[in-house]
Design a protein around this ligand. Sequence first.
Ligand code: ZN
Length: 149
Amino acid sequence: MNDLEQLYQQVILDHNKSPHNYGHLPSCNRTADGMNPLCGDHITVELELNGDIIKDVHFTGSGCAISKSSASIMTTIVKGKTMEEADRMFEQFHHLVTDDTIDVSDEGLGKMAVFAGVKEFPARVKCASLAWHTLHAALHGENEISTES
Ligand code: ZN
């Protein structure tokens, strides 16, 4: 294991241990539930959408370290962004965890690059992307998603 991989793992462990933006959001006006039945991950994303801007975002739920740390990092990244920016990040993240050709040193990916390693483990891809699918559902007015379909 090289140093970079070790650092990435530590970031995931830290976010799993002390997730950011964890807990209910009283000002929430959009929400969605996401399930990943393969692993048993269940995440609820709560958003405060102000016009086009994600003013605040929280999550609750339980799941494995990958799903929880991904949700934690997702909330820190999309807070303050527009819906359009969040949708673009969702796409970037999808490429990051499924596409071998993407350059993970691309700064635009920021903290998300920590999950590039999961594409070696197809079962884990759904854990890492659950929070993003749930965010997408909340933004676009679907209230429930399952990565099974
Ligand atoms: Zn999982």
